[in-house]
Design a protein around this ligand. Structure first.
Ligand SMILES: [Zn+2]
Length: 121
């Protein structure tokens, strides 16, 4: 998956599968990618599926995990864009469990002609 800043990074089989399918679907112009229980950081694509750490937040439609939360927050504050942080991971949940709760079961990335979009099946 391409991060918002264009970096690409995949550190697990699931992250590589999703990144490869994402590229294929983008090439095709449309399609869906099943996420299952996989949770990746949208900033760096680190696989956080079984990471017990809490912290992180939703910045617009991007989910920034504990790996990037504080570094990204400094940048966000530098641009005065804190208003775009929609939700913070509650301390009693891991980031992955929190994201799975937000997106619900059977989450997919759906690419439609025009713009890549996220949705649920
Ligand atoms: Zn990250």
């Amino acid at each position: 998956m391409t991060a918002p800043d264009g970096r690409q990074h995949a550190d697990s089989d699931e992250a590589r599968r999703i990144a490869a399918e994402y590229q294929a679907v983008l090439k095709a112009g449309e399609g869906t990618i099943e996420l299952g229980r996989t949770v990746l950081c949208d900033a760096c694509s680190t696989d956080l599926t079984d990471d017990p750490r809490s912290s992180g937040y939703m910045f617009g439609s991007y989910a920034y995990g504990p790996c990037c939360a504080s570094e990204r927050l400094a940048t966000i504050q530098g641009y005065g864009e804190e208003w775009n942080i929609r939700a913070w991971c509650p301390p009693e949940l891991s980031f992955a469990d929190w994201i799975r709760a937000i997106r619900g079961p059977n989450a997919v990335i759906r690419v439609t002609p025009g713009m890549p979009r996220r949705g649920q099946s």
